[in-house]
Design a protein around this ligand. Structure first.
Ligand SMILES: Cc1cc2nc3c(=O)[nH]c(=O)nc-3n(C[C@H](O)[C@H](O)[C@H](O)COP(=O)(O)OP(=O)(O)OC[C@H]3O[C@@H](n4cnc5c(N)ncnc54)[C@H](O)[C@@H]3O)c2cc1C
Length: 524
């Protein structure tokens, strides 16, 4: 690590990430102090502000936490940790109450009860939402407002974290950059507890619904510090990103299919009815694969909302409506072109039931963590929930280690910073070789690209991204079966017994080395 320009210390917690997971953890920690460090503005930051559907919780009439847990287990295709699933499903309604207490403006029924919507693979309507498709923006804004007015929370935006600080095997802080060119500064933030809430890695793919800041840097930083990583090969591809050539691709929420919108190809065929009894509401991986295959066979795929939603589109789904209209498509009258896109990372930094990583001093929460809730495939709208439930659990676990007191050192004023974007070649290799359908040859080609990039740079941000990409790709190469979000065309069967993946970056490197040692012609 090069020269540090400034050291900022707290006897409280240091939280990296100001999405829903990071902000909720800080609020739950109060009155203990915390610094929340983020690249972009809290309230607008990360995937959280973009979430459309809402949060799953068994708060509707006739629903139960057991039914929610059951649906989560089924979606997870044999790899969920049942104890974690029960814990999250049981605690869901209490965390929704917390959000209501913070002022989250959930949609309500005429009698004042929470309105719940239905999404794929949920056996009952159980998604609490805001203004139809505005849950992420509204909840993020609410949490940011509460955090801003909470004195013990220091929100610092405009910092780019690049490495974990370690002392005697314990994580004690984070190195972060601020500013550009001659104004660039490297600051060491030290704290009694370090919590990563850095979100997912969709932006490592060239076709994604994630904001470009979701590029697996927290995962890469933790892996480079020796943390154990779990289930990295499981990436969820959202079936219905709006295919109008935008990066990132706007999302057509699953709730549209929940309302009865159908998927058709260029020939006008409603192909999902022949593939799954739940048709358009089949699990996401099945719908994504079906659309991918249509596209590979030369068809275009459209989401037809004209009958099911029609004139009420603008009122019920204002975010999707605006995205379509800005691309010149009126979804009340025209079909929406769609394609699968990298959307959610089920894997992440391995976490126990308290959010502890395998490295002392480091806790993880939200999409960057792998708690065992999602298994091989996430049930829709379980991710914001996981961030809330584990945010509270992490806060309970670290609270006792913190002390009140003023922050020492003065961080520079927020500034723009220059962070390298994921290289096009990396994003292309991930979408091409580690996407909806994978095989050994494509995975090995992706590993070649990742290794080449690593050898040409010592830039820590890039190495964090390539570390994350390598973990996903190596674990996908090592899993000789298809399950949940991971589909191998050369291993289409599902093994009788499923086991979770746990590996370090060194393990992933060993898989990559072995793959590269194979002569090209023996690779297939
Ligand atoms: C379009 C879309 C729709 C979705 N809809 C839903 C839904 O309806 N329901 C649901 O449950 N889930 C949904 N999801 C998934 C869900 O939004 C995410 O899983 C969740 O918001 C992740 O929250 P988080 O707090 O863990 O991370 P994020 O909200 O992604 O926040 C990550 C934070 O980390 C910061 N960060 C990352 N790296 C660095 C770094 N190196 N330096 C400084 N800061 C850094 C970012 O700036 C950001 O503040 C959706 C996702 C997308 C993309």
């Amino acid at each position: 690590m090069t020269r540090v320009d400034n050291i900022v210390e707290t006897d409280g917690a240091l939280i990296l990430g100001a999405g829903i997971a990071g902000l909720f953890t800080a609020l739950k920690l109060a009155p203990m102090p915390s610094i929340v460090l983020a690249g972009t503005r809290p309230g607008l930051s990360g995937s959280s502000a973009w979430a459309q559907g809402g949060i799953a919780a068994s708060v509707g009439e006739g629903d139960s936490w057991q039914s929610h847990a059951h649906d989560t287990m089924v979606a997870g295709a044999g790899l969920c940790d049942a104890a974690i699933v029960d814990l999250v499903a049981k605690l869901a309604s209490a965390r929704i109450d917390d959000l209501v207490g913070y002022g989250a403006p959930f949609d309500r029924n005429g009698d004042g009860s929470l309105a719940v919507g239905r999404e794929a693979a949920h056996s009952l309507p159980r998604i609490v939402h805001v203004k139809g498709d505005g849950a992420g923006a509204a909840i993020s804004a609410t949490l940011a407002a509460r955090a801003t007015e909470t004195n013990c929370i220091t929100l610092l935006e405009g910092f780019h974290a690049i490495e974990l600080a370690m002392e005697n095997g314990r994580v004690t802080g984070i190195f972060a950059r601020s500013g550009i060119g001659a104004d660039a500064r490297l600051i060491l933030f030290r704290a009694r507890a370090v919590i990563l809430a850095t979100g997912g890695l969709g932006a490592l793919y060239s076709v994604t619904t994630n904001p470009l800041e979701s590029r697996g840097e927290g995962l890469g930083m933790a892996a480079r510090a020796g943390a154990l990583i779990a289930d990295p090969e499981f990436v969820q591809f959202h079936p219905t990103a709006i295919a109008v050539g935008r990066d990132p691709a706007p999302l057509a929420t699953e709730a549209l299919r929940g309302e009865g919108a159908s998927l058709v190809n260029t020939r006008g065929e409603r192909f999902m009815t022949a593939i799954h009894s739940d048709a358009e509401l089949a699990p996401r991986d099945i719908v994504a694969r079906a659309i991918h295959r249509q596209i590979m066979s030369g068809q275009k795929v459209y989401l037809d909302c004209r009958q099911a939603i029609g004139a009420s589109f603008a009122d019920h789904f204002p975010t999707v409506f605006a995205a379509c209209m800005s691309a010149g498509i009126d979804p009340a009258r025209e079909m929406i072109p769609v394609a699968p896109a990298a959307h959610y990372h089920m894997g992440g930094i391995a976490s126990d039931a308290k959010g502890r990583s395998s490295r002392p001093g480091l806790w993880v929460v939200g999409e960057c963590a792998a708690t065992g809730l999602h298994g091989a495939n996430r049930l829709a709208s379980n991710s914001l929930l996981e961030g809330l439930v584990f945010g509270a659990l992490v806060a309970d676990d670290v609270r006792g280690q913190l002390a009140a007191g003023a922050m020492r050192g003065t961080p520079p004023a927020p500034q723009r910073f220059a962070s390298p974007a994921p290289p096009h070649v990396l994003r292309g290799a991930m979408t091409g070789g580690v996407g909806v359908e994978r095989d050994a040859d494509g995975l090995r080609t992706a590993l070649d690209v990742i290794t080449r990039l690593e050898t040409t740079s010592s830039e820590p941000a890039l190495l964090n991204m390539t570390a994350a990409a390598k973990l996903v790709t190596a674990a996908a190469l090592a899993r000789h079966e298809s399950r949940g979000g991971h589909w191998r065309s050369d291993f289409p069967q599902t093994a009788a017994t499923g086991t979770r993946t746990f590996l370090t970056l060194a393990d992933a490197q060993a898989i990559a080395d072995e793959a590269q040692a194979l002569p090209r012609r023996a690779r297939k």
